[in-house]
Design a protein around this ligand. Structure first.
Ligand code: UDP
Ligand code: MN
Length: 242
């Protein structure tokens, strides 16, 4: 049978949250055998996301994990979604999921549904290009004879693997093979590399996906911060959905 894909999405209360999650929901509805793990950056489940989950025709695991106030990124400094992704990893380990692949899908990225079939076949760690990231049009593994031999990137060359969260997926069996599989809060801009390093994998052992890393199936788009004038509330029912 088809392996399940566990899609892990950290999300927090911003004006575009439901709009972003709706785009992702509609994408995932086109993909078979998906479990969507939504982790709210919140102390408790919010009505907004409870209602969103209730309204969705998808298999969703709704979790919460609040970003610690002391480590909350200010402005663009610091990593986002760390505690939330770790909460999902904990869920995967505790649920004893034995088969399938998992992927970290931020709420505001853009996904081609073909990405998910690439993820499904990941045996250990699969990688592929990401559009609009790292200050360039795309970052990408450079492949030869179906092996990753190098990476195309500009941002922070000290990274262990110079790649974005959206560029890789892992087989869940790795969570049972290795200990301490979680994201570190302080990595000097190398959240992904420090995480991937834990699997003691060499570049040439990564599985190139998306037609030998020649296709872009995911873009690191970012929703613009919306500014609204407060106090304008025409309809309570509509207002609740924003
Ligand atoms: N996020 C979160 N808590 C925060 C900030 C971000 O859970 O305080 C989530 C957010 O919803 C997204 C991911 O972490 O899924 C990455 O954040 P964002 O998209 O803001 O970062 P960017 O893409 O701009 O680097
Ligand atoms: Mn984002």
């Amino acid at each position: 049978s088809l392996p399940t894909i566990y899609v892990i999405t950290p999300t927090y209360n911003r004006l575009t949250q439901i709009a972003d999650l709706t785009r992702l929901k509609n994408t995932l509805q086109l993909v078979p055998k998906v479990v969507w793990i939504i982790v709210e950056d919140s102390l408790d489940k919010t009505d907004k996301i409870i209602n969103f989950v209730f309204d969705s025709n998808l298999k969703i695991v709704h979790l919460v994990e609040k970003t610690l106030p002391t480590v909350k990124p200010s402005g663009t400094v610091g990593h986002k979604g760390v505690e939330q992704r770790n909460r999902a990893l904990k869920w995967l380990k505790e649920s004893n999921v034995a088969n399938g692949a998992f992927y970290f899908a931020d709420d505001d990225n853009s996904y081609d549904i073909r990405l998910f079939e690439e993820i499904r076949s990941v045996e250990r760690i699969g990688v592929w290009p990401v559009g609009l990231v790292g200050g360039i049009k795309y970052e990408a593994p450079i492949c030869k004879n179906n092996k990753v031999i190098d990476w195309f990137f500009v941002y922070n060359p000290r990274r262990y693997f110079p790649t974005d969260m959206a560029s890789f997926a892992l087989n869940v069996k790795l969570l049972h093979e290795f200990e301490d599989i979680y994201f570190e809060r302080f990595t000097r801009g190398d959240l992904e590399g420090v995480f991937l390093k834990k699997f003691q994998i060499k570049m040439n052992e990564l599985e190139p996906k998306a037609n030998n890393c020649s296709k872009i199936y995911v873009w690191h788009t970012r929703t613009r911060k919306e500014i609204i004038k407060s106090g304008i509330d025409f309809d309570k029912e509509i207002m609740k959905q924003i």
